[in-house]
Design a protein around this ligand. Structure first.
Ligand SMILES: *Cc1c(COP(=O)(O)O)cnc(C)c1O
Length: 344
């Protein structure tokens, strides 16, 4: 990896961040707060929230097996996807490399930040080699995006290829593990100490069942977390979100139960789809959804919409011709889509 200073935009490297009232005084012993121009009434909503989410990170640290100073929390993964562009990529000059097809936000954020986006097509098994990713890079490539398990294909990317990419690339490799809790694969979080250029993303939106609170996580070495903290909005995670996250973190067994049921339902759904005459193929999945090739995806999609059932039509995406992406729902929701498709 290049020295950090060479990978960070010069203006960000030099940036003196905004210092909020809650930054300047963060001790716990004070009783009278007259420093932040808050209204003294309407407790607890009157107070600015902890800008560094100390309590949430302490709890997360135990569950995720990383120290709190290696955790960044964002307004959804969306913020953790956008910040690397803003910190590392010089608009109009730098570029990023990503596999194709993959999650759409990497490209949207590249376009917003005026950063060239270089897609590299997956093979027929939806896999990619380190060699292919690295071949798409040049001296201005700052980030390689790897989504594993991948959205919309559902499969995990081979670990050896991810590790090879991390070891051989001079910039950052960001591995988006939004669906890791549904996967049999091990998270790359435990590799952080060995690889200074690795950033791993997780989210509260999927297995944790908290898409509404908008809370995403980036795990990286403390210098990188420090850069993200410097650039983020001072109070990017609101109080209600922090409270709700703490509640969810108090009950991780509930999440294990959900995941177990969803995995059972996933195999039941896949078996049932394979028996449908209109389903030509179900692709292997490590996520809480699966991709399936249908006889006529658009018509089947419209048919389902007419019955109040919405799936994702991925037909127009490369390598996903005639494909629908189906999320695993409750048992009765899954029964509804199966009944509808059997009558098609
Ligand atoms: C759903 C999803 C996310 C989650 O995004 P949030 O902003 O945290 O809700 C992140 N990455 C991928 C690949 C996803 O599919």
């Amino acid at each position: 990896m290049k020295p950090l200073e060479q990978l960070v935009r010069p203006n960000i490297w030099r940036l003196a961040p905004y210092s909020s009232a809650r930054n300047e005084y963060s001790g716990r012993t004070a009783r009278v707060f007259l420093d932040a121009n808050e209204n003294p009434y309407n407790t607890p909503l009157n107070r600015y929230p902890d800008p560094l989410q100390t309590e949430v990170k302490q709890k997360l640290s135990k569950i995720k097996g990383v120290t709190p100073d290696c955790i960044f929390l964002g307004n959804g993964s969306d913020e953790a996807i956008d910040l690397p562009y803003r910190c590392f990529c010089e608009p109009g000059k730098d570029n990023v490399v990503a596999m194709e097809p993959t999650y759409g936000m990497y490209k949207v954020c590249a376009d917003i930040n005026d950063v060239e986006y270089r897609p590299v097509l997956l093979d027929e098994q939806f896999q990619i080699s380190a060699e292919k990713l690295l071949a798409a890079c040049d001296e201005n490539t700052k980030i390689i995006w790897i989504c594993s398990p991948n959205n919309p294909t559902g499969n995990s990317i081979r670990r050896e290829e991810i590790l090879k990419t991390i070891e051989q690339f001079q910039g950052f490799v960001i591995v988006d593990e939004a669906y890791i809790d549904f996967s049999t694969q091990k998270s790359l979080r435990q590799e952080l100490a060995k690889h200074p250029n690795l950033i791993v993303l997780n989210t509260f939106s999927k297995a944790w069942g908290c898409a509404a609170i908008r809370l995403g996580m980036a795990f990286a070495r403390p210098e990188i977390v420090g850069l993200f903290n410097k650039v983020k909005y001072p109070y990017n995670i609101n109080l209600l979100t922090q409270q709700q996250a703490l509640e969810a973190l108090n009950d991780p067994y509930e999440i294990d139960k959900w995941v177990k049921i969803l995995l059972q339902e996933r195999s039941r759904m896949i078996d049932a789809f394979k028996l449908l005459p209109i389903c030509k193929k179900v692709y292997p999945t490590d996520a809480n959804f699966f991709l399936c090739k249908m006889t006529d995806a658009q018509k089947i999609y419209d048919y389902l919409v007419d019955r109040g059932i919405i799936v994702r039509n991925r037909s127009r995406i490369q390598l996903c011709n005639n494909c629908l992406r189906v999320t695993i729902g409750t048992k009765s929701e899954n029964n509804e889509i199966l009944a509808a498709l059997r009558q098609y």
